[in-house]
Every structure is written in structure tokens, then in C-alpha cells.
Ligand binder design. Structure first.
Ligand code: HXC
Length: 262
């Protein structure tokens, strides 16, 4: 499933693991429309590939992504943005993918870069990573979910402070506030950590993994009562999967489950 793209690299670093590396180094991985087109296409290719079970999304050591492409946006008019649904294709980029996506963030994750990381299912970063929503400094506001996802993650007061001042926050703070699941001292440790988690996930039943991602994401949109009911329905439906029988039988027989992903 390795295909070549202009602004990203798509690789399979370990069995079952697909990795997308943003690769527009001269612009610190600024998220231009052509880059997003590449990213969308690589994500859907991994999502429909039988051999890929988990996805890592990363940038370089220096920059995950320094935001949407400011030079592309500068001349845009309201009518162009509105009629072409500018940004719509990436505001739900990672949430429409059924396989889990781990963001591995090192360096700058600003504006749209921060929003892209927030869209992923698990966020890992280096302690020194540089997050922020600096749009206010450009005379605008977050446009790819930052005001919603960051607020859900850190609460209203802190999100207001970050979005109204444009102040950045470190990877260390991201972990303290629950934005990041884990931090790492170095870039190498970050990538090894992301690969290890992706491999762990890839070792489970694909059906169960996708269902787990779906129910957790529902919690972001539904109230607790509806969310718990949704979870129970999906839980019931997994009694119809082969892997539930395989997993529970293997436990009872003290054997390692051999998933069929069915
Ligand atoms: C276009 C960008 C860019 C961006 C950096 N570059 N960020 N180009 N869009 N978002 C380009 C620079 O113009 C420069 O090009 C090259 O990348 C290297 O950047 P430098 O500024 O020289 O690097 P450095 O001094 O190390 O500073 C790094 C930085 C700074 C702190 C990250 O580049 C910066 O502040 N970038 C903008 C961050 C930002 O405001 N992001 C939010 C964008 S708005 P040249 O050609 O000069 O070498 C946004 C809206 C989202 O994301 C809403 C909808 C999705």
C-alpha cells in the first residue's frame, strides 16, 4: 500500500501499522490545500487496506505542522471560502477514518496543526512540543475545530485564554491538561512510543478496535445517557463477531487468540 505523494510520505513501518509523515519541510509542514488532498487520500487508502490496523500521523522533529497555509489564505475572499467550503474537507479528516490514528507531535503544532493533532484519537508528543492557536494574531480565529476540541479537552477558561491571547503551550503542559496522552523526552523516544502503541493496537481484533474508537468518539457528541445506550448497542453487536468467540474461548482455554478480524 506504499504510494508516492508530493507533500507527505505514506509508509508501513511495522506489520499492521501505516505511517503518514507530513513532508513540506520548507514551509514547516504548513497545511496547504494540495497537502490536505494528499493526506486525505493516504488516510482513505490506509482505512480501506486490509493489512493496516492502526495509523500514525507525524511531521518532522522541528514541526508537526505550523498551521494552515497563511500565504494561500491571505488573498482568499469570503465568497471564495464560502462557495468552495474552504477547510470543510479537513475539519473532520481524521474523525471520518474508522481505524485509530495516533498523532506523534514534535516541534510546532500551531493553528490548523494543533487542530489536526486534536482530531487524532491518541495524541503523543515530546515535552518540548509547541502547541497553540495563534489565529488571533492574524486577525482570525481557529477554523478546523480548535475552539470546540481544545475547549472540551482543557475546559472553557483555559481555552479562552489560549485562543484570545494566542499564547503557546508546551508538550509537558499538554499532558498535564489531558490534551496529550503521554510525553517523551526525545523525538526518537516519541516515534518509538507511537510505533509501540500502534503495534499493540494492531495486535487486537480489527472489528473490536474500530468499535472501541467509534464508541469513545460518540462521547464527544452525545450526552452520557445516549452515549451509554449507544455503547451498549455496539457491545451487543460484537456478540455477532467471530473474534468475540475467538477471544473469549482462547481465554478459557489459556491460549493466545488467533484473530480472524471477522
Ligand atoms: C505558510 C509558513 C507557515 C504557515 C511557517 N511558514 N508557517 N508558511 N503558512 N502557517 C513558512 C515561513 O513563511 C517560512 O517561509 C518557513 O515556513 C520557515 O518559517 P520561519 O518563520 O522562518 O521559521 P521560524 O523562525 O523557525 O518560526 C517558526 C514559527 C513561525 C514560530 C512556527 O513560522 C510561525 O509563527 N508560523 C506561523 C504560525 C501560525 O500563525 N499558524 C497559524 C496559521 S492560521 P520562507 O519562505 O520565508 O522561508 C491557521 C488557521 C487554521 O492555521 C484555521 C483553519 C484550519
Amino acid at each position: 500500500s506504499e504510494k508516492s505523494y508530493e507533500y507527505i510520505q505514506a509508509t508501513e513501518p511495522r506489520p499492521g501499522v501505516g505511517q503518514i509523515t507530513l513532508n513540506r519541510p520548507k514551509a514547516l509542514n504548513a497545511l496547504s490545500t494540495p497537502l490536505i488532498t494528499d493526506l486525505n487520500s493516504a488516510l482513505s487508502a490506509f482505512d480501506s487496506s486490509d493489512s493496516i490496523h492502526a495509523i500514525i500521523l507525524t511531521g518532522s522533529q522541528k514541526a508537526f505542522a505550523a498551521g494552515a497555509d497563511i500565504k494561500e489564505m491571505a488573498p482568499l475572499t469570503f465568497s471564495q471560502a464560502y462557495t468552495t467550503s474552504f477547510i470543510e474537507s479537513w475539519s473532520s479528516l481524521t474523525t471520518s477514518i474508522k481505524k485509530p490514528i495516533i498523532a506523534a507531535v514534535s516541534g510546532h503544532a500551531l493553528g490548523g496543526g494543533c487542530e489536526l493533532a486534536l482530531m487524532c484519537d491518541i495524541l503523543y508528543c515530546t515535552e518540548s512540543a509547541n502547541f497553540g492557536q495563534p489565529e488571533i494574531k492574524l486577525g482570525t480565529i481557529p477554523g478546523a475545530g480548535g475552539s470546540q476540541r481544545l475547549t472540551k479537552a482543557v475546559g472553557k477558561s483555559k481555552a479562552m485564554e489560549l485562543i484570545l491571547t494566542g499564547k503557546t503551550f508546551s508538550g509537558k503542559e499538554a499532558a498535564e491538561w489531558g490534551v496529550a496522552a503521554r510525553t517523551f523526552g526525545t523525538y526518537e523516544e516519541l516515534m518509538e512510543g507511537a510505533l509501540g502503541t500502534a503495534e499493540t493496537i494492531a495486535g487486537y481484533s480489527k472489528v473490536a478496535v474500530m468499535a472501541a474508537k467509534e464508541v469513545v468518539n460518540k462521547s464527544q457528541d452525545l450526552g452520557v445517557r445516549d452515549g451509554v445506550e449507544f455503547e451498549r448497542r455496539v457491545f451487543h453487536s460484537l456478540f455477532g463477531s467471530g473474534d468475540q468467540k475467538i477471544g473469549m474461548t482462547a481465554f478459557a482455554e489459556k491460549k493466545k487468540p488467533e484473530w480472524t478480524h471477522k
